[in-house]
Every structure is written in structure tokens, then in C-alpha cells.
Ligand binder design. Structure first.
Ligand SMILES: Cc1ncc(COP(=O)(O)O)c(C=O)c1O
Length: 440
């Protein structure tokens, strides 16, 4: 039933049915949340025992007493583990703190205050712009707003951001200092960048000599299926292209062990890392090594991290499958929505008809289902087409998720029907009566 071509009478009757359904859900006084990509309690339970793993033994492999000061760049065994997982050298990574977002914030703040390479001036001396592939991660955009960095929206293609546009922009404007990238199972698109996109980002000529790629590899190991996407190594690509200092790679164990009590890391060239260490040394005497030790003892090696991630997938994959099933059943043939079916990560990127997303989110909220704000996936919270909604299905239990998704599908249909009717400049008085019971 293609709603765009359905005759107006039938559409009106369908609208009535949807209104009844919506009222039914509203009467349930729901309080459900699909707004943020949080692990559910069962996922957190997978790391049971991690915090108890120290068992009174606080020495790291090299004898370091992890209860004491020091070890700015992180425990050697933690650096080894995550270097292997991120396919960099241990000397190219710092394991630090619990939040990659905090590392990004601090790096950006330092770039604004001091510059990034000791030669170019602090970024904040002149207007600064960042490229923002969109739909993207709202917190990246919030950081740009915080630091008064002008954001330039870059459209996303099936294999990553539009490189033709990026190359054209960075070649002529030296106020463009950086780009945000979530290169694997992107938030919210689920897209993994192709080799070609990675190579072009590493190679491209930038007018700003101190241009940096903020490579937020938050979902590096977060496959939902047995066949994982393969992401080309950007640090190697940058070295090969003669731009070894171009990229900062961020990641964390927030969605591996504990969100909020995991480990965060940044990998980059040795030169960048040396500079970063000097700055970090003024900020702190060292990270929480006890937590790093607990993580390394718990996970032991990269293979165990990977098999741990399979357990995560086993818990959350049914939630994604449920969403795909409901979307296909309720919306599949109606020509009013498209959505991503990612092979990893935490999100489904959902597109309504242009001009409907805000209203869908409002309607869902009025019936007790909270979604990420429409527009949040674009710079300045402004989706020019008002059509993208980020669905985060991981946290709610399956049964609640089902209700939330079904209600969401009703809202999408109702808002779409209203918009289609409006477009046709329909006025109810002009409608003849007609029995359309067959469309139920
Ligand atoms: C793309 C992306 N980067 C970073 C984060 C936050 O990471 P952390 O918990 O390490 O600060 C998230 C959380 O949802 C995310 O989706």
C-alpha cells in the first residue's frame, strides 16, 4: 500500500484507524526510552567479576604498584592490548581515563588554546571550521558549538562522507582545521567507510597545514553479525600518504565493559603522542591504573575481547532484528520511510518523508516514548530535510522495545498521512463517504 499514491478517501479512513491506534497507546501511559545508545543491564552483567579481579594484587606486569602515582601513558599491558585491537604500535597509543569523549573534548580545547603542532598558531586565533559528515554524532557537534567552531555539513554516501565535497573544501580554505569521523558502524548511520574513503582522507591536500582528522572509532569491535566490516587502518594510510600526524584515533571500552567505568584511548603518530604527553603531564600525574589492571586481567588478550563482543551481540542483535521486522511489516510497502539495517554499532538511522521527523518525535513523546531529538544528528540540531531520527534499540527490554517500536511506526504513518493529505490540499468537507474497511 503505497501511501503516496493511495486515493484520498482511503487515506482518510486509514488516518482514522491510525488515530485510534495512537489513542490506544496513549491510554497505556507508557514511559519508554529509545533516545541514547546505552548498554542494557544484561550487557553490563557480562563484565561481572571485572572489578573484583584484582583480588588484593595491585602489581602490574613490570612491578608497578597500580595504587600509586605515575604511568601517564597507561599501563604497558593495557597499551599492548588496545594497540593490538586498534592495529597500531603500543608506542602510538595512550590509555587514559574512562571516556573517549573527554579525550576528544580536551584535545580540541588544547588545539584551540595552543594549536596542534607547536608551529601553527592556536586555532582560536582565527575563525575555525570543522567538517561534519551528517547524519552524525550529536555530541561531536555540541563540542564544536562549545568552542565556537563553525560546522560545515557534509552529506553521507553509502561508503562514508562525500569525499568530492571534502577535497574541494579543504583544498581552498585554511580555516577548516578538522573533520569528525565515526568510521565504523557510524553513529547513527551504521556505515563503515570504504578503503577508498579512508585513503582519500589520508591523502587529500589541505590548505591548513595543521588539519586533523578526529577518528572516533567508538564501534571498532561492535559487530552484530558473524561477518564483521573491515575498516582500513587510517594511521598507516596517513603515514603512507606523507601525513603521519594527520589523525587522532579515539576509542573506549564504554560498550565493552562498563559505560562510565571503562578505559578510553587515543592513538596517533609518535610525534603527536609526545606532544600530548607533555600537555597531559600538566593536567594529571597519571590515569586510574587499577582500573586498567582490572581490565587487562579480566580480558587477558584481544581474542577474549572479541569473544566478549560476540556475547554482547547475542544480547542486542534480537533487538535490532525486532526493529527491522516491525519496520518491514508496518512500513515496508508504504513508501514513507527508509532505515538502515547495520551490521554493527548501536543505532538505526531512520528517515521519514521530508518535513515529518520533528512531529514524529513529538507524537511519540506525547505517548510516552522518548526518542533522540529530531535534528540532533545534524550540526546546530538542524536537519535541513527534517527527516532523520536516530533509533537506539539496545537499552529497553525486548517487550518494552516492541511496544515502543510499534507506537513509533504508528506515529510515522500518522504524521506521513497527515502530510500527504496536506500536500493534496485536502479539505474533509469535499470527501464523499466510502467504505474502506478492506485496508485494515
Ligand atoms: C560515536 C561515539 N563516540 C563516543 C561516544 C562516547 O564514548 P565514551 O563513553 O568513550 O566517552 C559515543 C557514545 O555513544 C559514541 O556513539
Amino acid at each position: 500500500m503505497d501511501l503516496l499514491t493511495l486515493d484520498t478517501n482511503t487515506l482518510l479512513h486509514f488516518q482514522k484507524q491510525l488515530q485510534l491506534k495512537y489513542a490506544h497507546y496513549k491510554g497505556k501511559n507508557l514511559k519508554l526510552n529509545m533516545s541514547r545508545g546505552k548498554p542494557c543491564p544484561e550487557q553490563l552483567d557480562l563484565s561481572a567479576g571485572l572489578l573484583e579481579g584484582l583480588d588484593g594484587v595491585f602489581q602490574a606486569a613490570d612491578g608497578t604498584d597500580c595504587r600509586n602515582y605515575g604511568g601517564l601513558e597507561g599501563l604497558p599491558e593495557a597499551r599492548h592490548l588496545f594497540a593490538e585491537l586498534l592495529e597500531v604500535e603500543p608506542e602510538e597509543i595512550i590509555v587514559h581515563g574512562n571516556s573517549s569523549l573527554a579525550l576528544m573534548h580536551d584535545l580540541l580545547a588544547r588545539a584551540m588554546l595552543f594549536g596542534v603542532d607547536g608551529q601553527e598558531s592556536p586555532w582560536s586565533r582565527h575563525p575555525v571550521k570543522f567538517l561534519c559528515p551528517s547524519p552524525g554524532y550529536d555530541r561531536h557537534f555540541a563540542l564544536c558549538e562549545l568552542f565556537k567552531i563553525e560546522m560545515i555539513t557534509i552529506p553521507m554516501r553509502d561508503d562514508g562522507p562525500d569525499l568530492d565535497r571534502i577535497e574541494e573544501l579543504v583544498a581552498k580554505d585554511d580555516s577548516i582545521k578538522g573533520i569528525w569521523c565515526v568510521p565504523k558502524y557510524g553513529n547513527p548511520t551504521g556505515i563503515t567507510y570504504s578503503d577508498q574513503v579512508v585513503t582519500r582522507l589520508a591523502k587529500m591536500k589541505t590548505k591548513a597545514q595543521d588539519f586533523r582528522i578526529f577518528w572516533d572509532n567508538a564501534y571498532a569491535w561492535h559487530d552484530l553479525t558473524a561477518k564483521s566490516d573491515r575498516l582500513k587502518n587510517i594511521l598507516t594510510a596517513c603515514k603512507e600518504a606523507g601525513h603521519p600526524d594527520r589523525v587522532y584515533i579515539f576509542s573506549s571500552t564504554s560498550k565493552i565493559s562498563y559505560a562510565g567505568a571503562g578505559l578510553a584511548m587515543v592513538a596517533t603518530s609518535r610525534a603527536n603522542l609526545e606532544r600530548l604527553k607533555k600537555q597531559l603531564a600538566l593536567q594529571t600525574i597519571g590515569p586510574n591504573k587499577l582500573n586498567q589492571l582490572a581490565h587487562v586481567r579480566f580480558f587477558k588478550n584481544a581474542d577474549q575481547v572479541r569473544s566478549h563482543m560476540e556475547k554482547h551481540a547475542a544480547i542486542i542483535r534480537p533487538k535490532f532484528d525486532l526493529a527491522f521486522k516491525i519496520f518491514r511489516t508496518e512500513l515496508g510497502d508504504k513508501n514513507i520511510a527508509t532505515w538502515s539495517e547495520p551490521r554493527g554499532g548501536y543505532f538505526i538511522s531512520f528517515n521519514t518523508l521530508p518535513g515529518c521527523a520533528k512531529q514524529v518525535v513529538q507524537m511519540a513523546a506525547a505517548a510516552g516514548v522518548e526518542l533522540t531529538n529530531a535534528g540532533a544528528t545534524f550540526p546546530y540540531g538542524n536537519d535541513p530535510q527534517d527527516q532523520n531520527i536516530r533509533i537506539a534499540p539496545t537499552y529497553p527490554p525486548l517487550k518494552e522495545l516492541q511496544t515502543a517500536l510499534e507506537l513509533f511506526a504508528v506515529c510515522v504513518q500518522l504524521v506521513s498521512v497527515e502530510q500527504i493529505l496536506q500536500r493534496r490540499k485536502f479539505t474533509p468537507e469535499r470527501l464523499p463517504e466510502q467504505n474502506t474497511a478492506q485496508i485494515v
